[in-house]
Ligand binder design. Structure first.
Ligand code: NAP
Length: 307
């Protein structure tokens, strides 16, 4: 037997159960991963609590939980090209990550990667969704050196990557957060500004010369403020505005990033140019506490569950 987080009804963290389940095994063209770490994202609990979201991802009940994972290949079926027993791997597997073992196709382009030496499993498990989404959000607006970039929700899981990638690209970064988060943002290289009504005025005071690009990682407030500040819509991206973002701004997401984006991030992590703030680590037995903290929407960086 092995353990997996499962749920049988939609709801909050209380529906999540750590259960003994039959051990899965790798078939032809598949690998089995002994998972050691699972990174959490808002998507995980949004799916668990929203049947419509689960449908979008093709999930039905009962369901497993979690997407981002890291671990070691411990079974490789015939034809699992490029992956062998003992390989350290990380990636994304819908509704499978929070479990002792997961089985997936190998290769799975864009969702199964070799973990570089020098990057631990807990850090690797934070990278796929948040790292790729941050890269996509900046790619969508053609971020360049010399830009003054406004980032909405800059201290969250995606924000910590977006801020640091933008700084590495040579941009000045202004990031929205609550006041208690200001020091955290400064350490990442961003100039903090509080979110909420009057945002455009506060940003104008910080950057009298103007903002040249923006990415909104939390709702639509930052995108709207950027439009009010005269940033052209094609230089504003959003990842969390739903299907109809305001004023023609660019909606994007992790699926629009490339494996090269991830390599850029892992190279920067290895070089010490990007740090991955892990706000909290929970053993899998405390999955409900981990999800409760995540769903509160005031996390600075990432939450990781260990197995
Ligand atoms: N389209 C995609 O592919 C994709 C991928 C990943 C994520 N997303 C979506 O993008 C959003 C961000 O994801 P995430 O992982 O970064 O989330 P997260 O880690 O939960 O974000 C937490 C951060 O949001 C900040 N925050 C809270 N209330 C805010 C407000 N009213 N305005 C601005 N910031 C606020 C918090 O700052 P304080 O603590 O200072 O309040 C905290 O640092 C989520 O909605 C997620 O579903 C989309």
């Amino acid at each position: 037997m092995s353990r997996a987080v499962v749920y049988e009804t939609f709801g909050g963290p209380e529906v999540l159960e750590l259960r003994d389940v039959p051990e899965p095994h790798a078939g032809p063209g598949e690998v089995r991963v002994r998972v050691t770490a699972a990174g959490l994202n808002p998507m995980d609990w949004i799916i668990t609590s929203t049947p419509e979201a689960a449908t979008v991802f093709g999930l039905t009940l009962p369901s497993g939980f979690g997407y981002d994972f890291a671990g070691v290949v411990d079974e490789a079926g015939e034809g699992a090209d490029g992956f062998a027993v003992g390989d350290r791997v990380y990636g994304g597997a819908m509704a499978k990550a929070a479990a002792d073992f997961l089985v997936m196709k190998a290769p799975t382009p864009g969702a199964l990667f070799h973990t570089p030496d020098g990057i631990g499993d807990e850090v690797a498990a934070t990278l796929p969704v948040a790292g790729l989404t941050a890269a996509a959000a900046l790619d969508a607006i053609g971020l360049r050196s010399g830009d003054t970039l406004l980032v909405g929700g800059a201290a969250g899981g995606v924000g910590v990557f977006a801020v640091q990638l933008a700084r590495l690209a040579g941009a000045r970064v202004i990031g929205t957060a609550s006041e208690g988060t200001f020091d955290f943002l400064r350490q990442l290289g961003a100039e903090p500004v509080t979110y909420g009504p009057g945002l455009a005025d506060r940003v104008r005071a910080l950057a009298p010369g103007g903002v040249t690009a923006a990415t909104d990682l939390f709702g639509t407030e930052t995108a709207e403020a950027a439009l009010a500040l005269g940033v052209p819509p094609e230089r504003i991206s959003t990842i969390a505005a739903g299907p109809n973002p305001p004023g023609g701004v660019r909606a994007t997401g992790g699926e629009q990033a490339t494996p090269a984006d991830l390599e850029r991030i892992t190279d920067a992590v290895l070089a010490g140019a990007i740090t991955v703030p892990i706000a909290a680590t929970f053993p899998i037995e405390r999955i409900r506490d981990a999800v409760t903290l995540q769903a509160g929407r005031h996390v600075h960086g990432k939450i990781v569950v260990t197995l």
